[in-house]
Design a protein around this ligand. Structure first.
Ligand SMILES: Nc1nc2c(ncn2[C@@H]2O[C@H](COP(=O)(O)OP(=O)(O)OP(=O)(O)O)[C@@H](O)[C@H]2O)c(=O)[nH]1
Ligand SMILES: [Mg+2]
Length: 283
């Protein structure tokens, strides 16, 4: 499966960023802590290559803490990059992000510090901005592509922060990456097939987090080997049925993905730093 979802405002934003990035002091690249590899936009990486970039692993509360720690250790080794993990609604944590940014810049009081927040859709860029500002300035929402235009906000301490629309790239491949992005909620509903994503996610959870599945779905006698069987059992237990008592796989898939995205199955991460060198995982 590849995904193609590149609406016009993303192309516009990409063009804007090409010029705007050179004028800012720091880039905050907001990644999804559950998928720090797949949520890193190669286009943004290229555009920000010469700038100091702080990678913010957001949605820490939804991610596997052991894997997040491994990612923090991994990213700390990158040149011109630093990393921090946060929950976007937590003021103390986002303030730490700001403090880190300002500590990296030689301050000239006459000039405002410019920070630009970038990333793929739905990683929590606008949420972080709102938490930093202490009020709801930017619209947020649990669907991708909520922000459609760049927005500047002046914070108290002589800092201007720019929120930008989440952007992807024209063709998302390989299949594993497309599936992980879709499972996380970064891709529009119009471009994905919920049953495909649910089967992918079920296979992943059976392999990597069987204990969480048993805990959440306590009606299971054991974790099935097969993704279809798992989705069927969840659908049956949760009343996702068609006429005649047959499980409605589409409905069961949607329910499963909703629960996964909301963290109801537990804190999970799709990727570890080892995946970077593991070609077989990107097929
Ligand atoms: N659990 C959890 N949810 C978060 C966190 N940060 C943001 N969210 C939720 O994630 C969803 C997307 O947040 P936004 O701030 O709109 O994301 P965005 O990156 O601005 O998205 P676009 O504007 O579409 O690019 C919203 O439902 C937020 O409430 C977090 O740290 N933890
Ligand atoms: Mg936004």
């Amino acid at each position: 499966m590849t995904i193609q979802w590149f609406p016009g405002h993303m192309l516009e934003t990409k063009k804007l960023l090409k010029h705007a990035i050179s004028k800012v002091d720091v880039i905050l690249e907001v990644l999804d802590a559950r998928l720090p590899l797949s949520s890193a936009n190669p286009v943004l990486n290229k555009l920000s290559a010469d700038k100091f970039c702080l990678k913010v692993l957001n949605k820490k509360d939804l991610a596997d803490p052991v894997r997040t720690k491994a990612w923090l250790d991994y990213f700390k080794k990158e040149r011109n990059r630093s990393v921090i993990a946060v929950t976007g609604s937590q003021k103390e944590e986002t303030d730490a992000v700001l403090k880190y940014c300002t500590s990296r810049i030689k301050r000239n009081r006459a000039r405002k510090i410019k920070i630009m927040v970038v990333g793929i859709p739905n990683t929590g860029k606008s949420t972080i901005l709102n938490t930093l500002a202490g009020k709801k300035i930017a619209k947020t929402g649990n669907v991708p592509a909520v922000t459609r235009h760049q927005q500047r906000t002046s914070l108290n301490n002589n800092i201007d922060i720019y929120d930008t629309p989440g952007i992807l790239w024209p063709v998302i491949e390989p299949a594993r990456r497309a599936s992980i992005l879709a499972a996380s909620g970064a891709i529009s509903d119009t471009a994905i097939d919920y049953t495909d994503i649910a089967f992918f996610s079920a296979r992943f959870l059976i392999e990597s987090y069987p204990g969480l599945l048993m805990h959440r779905y306590d009606f299971l006698n054991s974790v099935p080997d097969d993704a279809l069987v798992l989705i069927e059992q969840i659908g049956a237990a949760r009343g996702c049925l068609k006429k005649g008592g047959i499980v409605n796989i589409q409905k069961a898939s949607e329910l499963f993905i909703r629960e996964l995205r909301a963290g109801k199955i537990g804190p999970i991460s799709f990727e570890t730093p080892e995946d970077i060198d593991d070609d077989t995982k990107t097929q």
